[in-house]
Write a protein that binds this ligand. Structure first.
Ligand code: FAD
Length: 321
């Protein structure tokens, strides 16, 4: 096992360790430097901080999508609070005239407590977003939730045309799911997939997954459907060395109006900048909130060299360098 792989596995455990999280949050000498490291990847701890970050990114020419971080809410009151916070997000986007959509996990607003509650809260948010002229993107979660999320999305699409969905290229089922969701309105966001999956349901990171991503991306790009190509992978995107997506778009003469490229805040923003300079619409996924411990650990786990950056960011807060 490589040291990098080992570090990534440990970070994934730390991400979910409530004891470590509680310890970090209670100790200002840890909390503040680590928050500083997390700020590279998030819009802030509060909505008002996030709005300021969104304005800066908009000024740099990027659209954003704002997510109030959280998932797997087990308590109905907390699901209501999360729904209320997303309503504030929609109001802030509209009120401040931000170039932003809203992104959410259905499990954050009650889906795992009761599917109907998740659906009802999603309807409230979709309606509010629609009246404000905004798009609402639904994230994709673990494989035990895929069917339910797709079912709720289908039901939402019977009433609303502003609700997008995320599909994970690593799942063997995704080519079929893509054909179904292509029949629905709302943007389709294609990601590789981030959750651990039971054996036999998904492809591991590597050449086979990249090939699936390319095929799904080609299907989406040529479909004329609104889509977001959400990857940081230079083999799939960059002009150098492979030019894959860009070359494909050029060769096929695809109209750019329905396409965007989307990346996480703080992750390879120079690649998103490059896509912007090549004439594409680009969007930054911008989460905020107090659940940054999990989010920071996941960003470090998926790319352990980020640990050096996080140490430098934390030290800058502590020592001002
Ligand atoms: C907008 C957006 C929304 C997403 N929504 C979901 C979702 O709903 N459900 C879900 O399961 N997953 C979601 N993801 C996460 C996604 O599934 C991947 O885990 C994540 O994007 C990394 O995969 P990748 O395509 O960049 O390819 P990878 O093969 O992981 O990475 C390719 C290259 O990108 C760079 N890179 C990747 N991550 C980092 C990093 N953290 N720091 C620095 N460099 C990095 C490296 O150069 C790496 O070699 C989302 C991602 C994005 C961008």
């Amino acid at each position: 096992m490589s040291l990098e792989f080992e570090a990534a596995e440990i970070l994934k455990q730390v991400a979910l360790d409530e004891e470590i999280k509680g310890f970090v949050l209670q100790h200002p000498s840890l909390y503040q430097p680590l928050l500083h490291a997390a700020l590279r990847f998030i819009g802030g701890e509060t909505l008002s901080d996030c709005v300021e970050t969104a304005k800066l990114l908009n000024q740099q020419g990027f659209s954003v999508t704002i997510d109030y971080m959280g998932e797997s809410t087990r308590d109905a009151d907390m699901a209501q609070q999360a729904t209320q916070e997303f309503l504030y997000v929609i109001q802030a986007i509209a009120g401040q005239n931000l170039d932003s959509s809203v992104s959410l996990d259905l499990s954050h607003i009650g889906m795992v407590i009761d599917a109907e509650l998740g659906y009802k809260n999603a309807c409230i948010l979709a309606e509010s977003a629609q009246s404000a002229g905004l798009e609402m993107m639904i994230s994709m979660e673990g494989t035990d939730r895929t069917n339910l999320i797709l079912e709720i999305h289908q039901r939402l699409c019977e009433t609303f045309d502003n609700v997008g969905i995320t599909l994970q290229a690593y799942l063997h089922r995704t080519p079929d799911d893509l054909e179904s969701v292509l029949q629905r309105p709302g943007k389709i966001r294609l990601v590789k997939g981030a959750y651990a999956t039971p054996d036999g349901l998904a492809k591991p990171r590597g050449a086979e997954l990249d090939q699936s991503y390319r095929q799904l991306m080609e299907r989406l790009l040529t479909s004329g459907h609104l889509c977001s190509i959400a990857t940081h992978d230079p083999a799939l995107l960059d002009p150098i060395p492979l030019k894959y997506a860009h070359q494909f778009v050029q060769e096929q003469g695809i109209n750019l109006d329905h396409i965007e490229f989307e990346m996480l805040k703080g992750v390879t923003q120079e690649r998103l900048e490059a896509m912007k300079n090549w004439g594409y619409r680009t969007r930054v996924y911008l989460p905020y909130g107090q659940e940054w411990h999990l989010y920071l650990c996941n960003r470090l786990a998926e790319h352990p060299p980020n640990i050096y950056q996080a140490i430098a960011d934390a030290a800058k807060y502590k020592y001002g360098r």
